[in-house]
Ligand binder design. Structure first.
Ligand code: 6PG
Length: 253
């Protein structure tokens, strides 16, 4: 796949620094030419260091936080004060330390009784706030994604119904492999973005990363991340372990 930019750093820490710099650049470029920049963030164990770097000098002063609107690409069905909650992670590592207006922060309501209705509500909020073309889905300026070893991204897990969604932008679904409900962006929304950035580290992700960068039909069928093909830019920021199976021709320092 020729259009992705693959950035590889030797360590996970350097990759987090590089990814934070790249997020700041993208948000800055966007905010320079528009009233607001629309960001969708991810959870999991990998992005914490990225968020901490964004919240610290020099990057914290390099981003016009007052113009940033923050959404979430997926969420677990736990309360906001639960240790597994993505909003909690992002709040503790980033939002508590940067001057983003509270009204610009939009947590996903994934712990309520009627998850389906809540997903529709969140989709309507995105349709109302995030600009898109007349017939096109809303276009985020940056969607940040992680990846599981089996190739899931956001909460688009192999074999789950959300993979086949072509109309809805946000859905809730039960994920048998983890035995939990999740709320997640769908491919139509992710692929409408101006910029999608994968930040992935660790040896257990190497095969899924290589599959996500290939155009192989079997890989696309097996690894959901291989179906992330945005209208805009696609960037992978990886450490050397996660990039181990990526062809050298695709890598740049
Ligand atoms: C989540 C994420 C999810 C994550 C992957 C990788 O809510 O868990 O949004 O898609 O990015 O599961 O998780 P790790 O970073 O923990 O490996």
């Amino acid at each position: 796949m020729g259009s992705a930019s693959v950035i590889v750093e030797s360590s996970a820490e350097d990759a987090a620094r590089r990814a934070a710099e790249r997020v700041a650049e993208v948000v800055n470029d966007r905010a320079a030419g528009a009233p607001e920049a629309f960001l969708a963030l991810c959870g999991g164990t990998t992005p914490g260091e990225l968020y901490r770097r964004l919240a610290a000098p020099p990057l914290v002063d390099a981003v016009p936080w007052a113009k940033v609107q923050v959404f979430f690409g997926d969420e677990r069905d736990v309360p906001q004060d639960h240790v597994e909650n993505n909003y909690r992670l992002v709040t503790k590592t980033l939002l508590d330390h940067v001057p983003v207006p509270l009204a610009h922060v939009h947590p996903m309501p994934a712990d309520c009784r009627d998850l389906g209705a809540a997903a529709e509500q969140y989709e309507n909020l995105i349709r109302r706030l995030v600009p898109g073309g007349p017939d096109d889905p809303p276009a985020f300026d940056l969607v940040l994604l992680g990846m599981g070893g089996e190739g899931h991204t956001a909460s688009l897990f192999p074999g789950t119904p959300a993979l086949a969604e072509t109309r809805r932008l946000v859905v809730a679904q039960f994920v048998p492999v983890i035995g939990r409900n999740r709320m997640t962006f769908t491919f139509p929304l992710i692929n409408a973005a101006r910029h999608v950035m994968f930040f992935v580290t660790g040896p257990d992700k190497a095969r899924a990363v290589a599959a996500a960068l290939s155009d192989d039909e079997a890989a696309r069928a097996r690894y959901p991340a291989a179906r992330v093909r945005p209208a805009g830019e696609l960037t992978f920021v990886l450490d050397a372990e996660a990039a181990r199976q990526v062809p050298d021709a695709l890598k740049r320092g």
